[in-house]
Ligand binder design. Structure first.
Ligand code: 5GP
Length: 185
């Protein structure tokens, strides 16, 4: 199925700094490709359709599922998130290393489909720091924030199922650790 390319699954609780890590990673490794997910969540002010996500309606998301164009999907909070299938197939055939930013259930689904996918979980220095970062970001209301912290705790539990765990207390060090993993696998 994936004879040439490979998938790197990148998970971590909301607010842990995945986007910042990935931004620096892509600067250092421009050969990597990023899978843009589809979501029914509202676009945040700084986000760009087609770059950060494909922001689509619930109806369109369901159509994508029905037509087999979603490789995996999950509900996170009240919203749906999923990985479009076609770009993944194309990139794998081209031998690319593909980064998927994905929560724990999605990562599990992908691991079943692609046995050689490498999974990396990003941990915050502490739960307190995570909550502070999420509050500072200011993109969620109090109810959403509480929900995200609840999900975060249950996700952190599942970090033990990942191939690698990285603490994000220093951006440069964390990115270098990720590059080390990519070079090793
Ligand atoms: P956020 O709303 O903070 O952008 O994302 C919420 C969660 O959904 C994050 O843990 C993120 O990694 C995850 N996520 C983003 N895209 C996908 C996807 O395509 N599939 C799955 N399963 N999770 C995703």
């Amino acid at each position: 199925m994936n004879s040439k390319g490979r998938l790197i699954l990148f998970s971590g609780p909301s607010g842990v700094g995945k986007d910042t890590l990935l931004e620096l990673l892509y600067k250092k490794r421009p050969d990597l490709v990023h899978s843009v997910s589809a979501t029914t969540r509202n676009r945040r002010e700084n986000e760009i359709h087609g770059k950060d996500y494909y922001f689509i309606s619930k109806e369109d998301f369901e159509l994508m599922i029905q037509s087999g164009n979603i490789l995996e999907y999950t509900q996170y909070g009240v919203n749906l998130y999923g990985t479009p299938k076609r770009p993944i197939d194309d990139w794998l055939a081209e031998g690319k290393t593909i980064i998927l930013k994905i929560e724990v259930h999605g990562a599990k689904q992908i691991k079943k489909l692609y046995k050689n996918a490498v999974s990396i979980f990003i941990l915050p220095p502490s739960i307190e720091v995570l909550e502070q970062r999420l509050r500072k970001r200011g993109t969620e209301n109090e109810a959403d924030l509480k929900k995200r912290m609840e999900i975060a705790l249950s996700e952190i539990e599942k970090s033990k199922d990942y191939d690698y765990v990285i603490y994000n207390d220093n951006l440069e060090t964390a990115v270098d650790e990720i590059i080390g993993i990519l070079n090793k696998n």
